[in-house]
Design a protein around this ligand. Structure first.
Ligand code: GLU
Length: 478
């Protein structure tokens, strides 16, 4: 009796010690779970860049291979790795039999699948997944557009947006009109308004404005303060525009080889007919569109289902090749697309990403491997090792091109300040010319003993009625 009591007591002490250690120290969790792992684990995978790739030496390498070796080291197991025989991720065939890596796990041909295998509800029903080691979503992979001959021909117009060109033309016309008005009003521009010919005709004013754009000092040169204000403001405006145009044109020419395509969303895909689109046959992406209730995604599924043989591809690399060689958009997992975009500068992924999902390591439903692997994945994540692997395998070799991909024509708001200064300058010049003509009228009124108003209206009449008088004068004295 005493002996059995001692035994129970010892067992309770041991159990308490174990439980306490589990709570206080993660190492014991690992030790206990480690013991459940077989010494040699068989692993299946699939060739997909950069997760698993065949090096020139015939050895497998990539993100998943590195991850597997880290996990094997942490959990102290050996492994044998092979590529899935049928080259598929895993889907049910029409007879309800699973193929691909999922099939190999269900048939217990392997212990684990370490691959870019998406965690989905149907798969989770048949096999177990660890916590995800990569988060991703569905994106669209496209080829950058090469501008047509026509767009090169008028490419010189591209540095400025349409709105900015319209703004410049309007500013030019208004400035020329103001110059014409000021030239007429300002007494300094007339030695003798009643018989002198004024140089600021409408045509001359337009000509003067154009001269500034081409950096040519054209006649007539302004004499009055008001006309000089307009000239200075207009020169400043023209120089700023020229500098902006030259900078933007240089950037456009460098970037003109390839431009971001017009398709920016999944809706845009449906709205056009030039580019066909598809995805990997029997993939989780295809099933996402198939099961979606969203009208846009449903239409995408119907489109792909109708043209199954033409638009569905057998492997990720086949999809990438089709994008590069034909008018084809590849719908697939954004993380893999980001890799090819980082390697092939002629490709681009649209910013919109749908259907967040993750990749997990898969094992059979009752596998004791899942829990230790999940813990080890979390440890890898928390230590920053997953981030390190991500940077290692997704290294961008397209940095220079990427910088140019963001090129856009200059918009009016970028040069808003210079338009504002021009407006203020024109208003100021009109005011000064008005003051000039008022001062002139005042002195004339004092000289000729007239009222200020009649002197003013006479001045204005002489300046604006000049054209007919001048014409009749010119007819008499050619
Ligand atoms: N990772 C996917 C799968 O497990 C394949 C790629 C895709 O769905 O786009 O089926």
């Amino acid at each position: 009796m005493k002996k059995s009591l001692m035994l129970v007591f010892t067992l309770v002490i041991l159990w308490m010690g174990d439980a306490g250690a589990e709570e206080s120290d993660g190492f014991h969790v690992k030790e206990r779970t480690k013991r459940q792992i077989p010494k040699t684990v068989t692993v299946t995978t699939i060739l997909e860049q950069p997760f698993v790739m065949m090096a020139d030496s015939g050895v497998l390498e990539g993100y998943c291979v590195d991850l597997l070796s880290e996990l094997a080291e942490a959990l102290e197991f050996n492994y044998t790795l092979h590529v899935v025989k049928d080259g598929r991720y895993g889907a049910k065939d029409p007879h309800g039999v699973w193929n691909g890596m999922v099939g190999e796990i269900i048939r217990k041909e392997v212990d684990l699948a370490v691959a870019p295998l998406t965690i989905t509800a149907v798969r989770e029903n048949e096999i177990s997944f660890t916590k995800p080691f990569v988060q991703t979503g569905i994106g669209i992979l496209l080829k950058k557009e090469t501008p047509s001959e026509g767009s090169y021909l008028f490419g010189f117009l591209n540095p400025f947006s349409k709105e900015l060109w319209i703004g410049i033309i309007i500013s030019y016309v208004i400035t020329s009109l103001c110059l014409f008005l000021v030239g007429r009003l300002s007494p300094c521009e007339w030695a003798e308004p009643s018989n002198e010919r004024n140089q600021y005709t409408l045509l001359n004013s337009l000509w003067f404005g154009m001269g500034a754009f081409t950096l040519q000092g054209v006649e007539p040169q302004p004499k009055s303060a008001s006309a000089r204000i307009i000239a200075v403001i207009w020169w400043l405006f023209s120089i700023t525009l020229l500098a902006a145009y030259i900078a933007s044109f240089a950037s456009y020419v460098t970037n003109a080889k390839e431009q971001t395509p017009n398709i920016q969303t999944f809706d845009d895909l449906l709205k056009q007919s030039k580019i066909s689109f598809g995805t990997l046959a029997n993939s989780s992406t295809f099933n996402f569109f198939k099961n979606s209730k969203n009208p846009t995604f449903r239409m995408i599924y119907e489109y792909m289902d109708k043209r199954k043989d033409e638009v569905l591809v057998k492997s990720f690399s086949e999809g990438v090749q089709r994008v590069r060689e034909s008018n084809y958009a590849f719908l697939g997992e954004s993380i893999s697309q980001d890799f090819v975009v980082a390697k092939h500068c002629d490709l681009v992924r649209i910013p919109e990403i749908i259907a967040g999902r993750g990749y997990g390591i898969a094992a059979s439903l009752d596998s004791p491997l899942i829990r230790p692997l999940s813990i080890a994945i979390l440890e890898q994540f928390e230590s920053g090792n997953l981030e390190y692997l991500r940077q290692k395998w997704w290294e961008n070799t397209c940095t220079a091109e990427e910088a140019h991909a963001d090129w856009v024509p200059i918009q009016p708001h970028t040069l808003g300040g210079i338009f504002l200064i021009l407006g203020i300058g024109l208003a100021l010049a009109l005011m000064v010319s008005f003051i000039e003509v008022v001062c002139k009228s005042k002195s004339k009124a004092a000289q000729q003993k007239k009222s200020c108003c009649s002197a003013f209206s006479e001045e204005i009449g002489q300046r604006f009625g000049r054209t007919e008088n001048q014409e009749s004068l010119e007819k008499v004295q050619p």
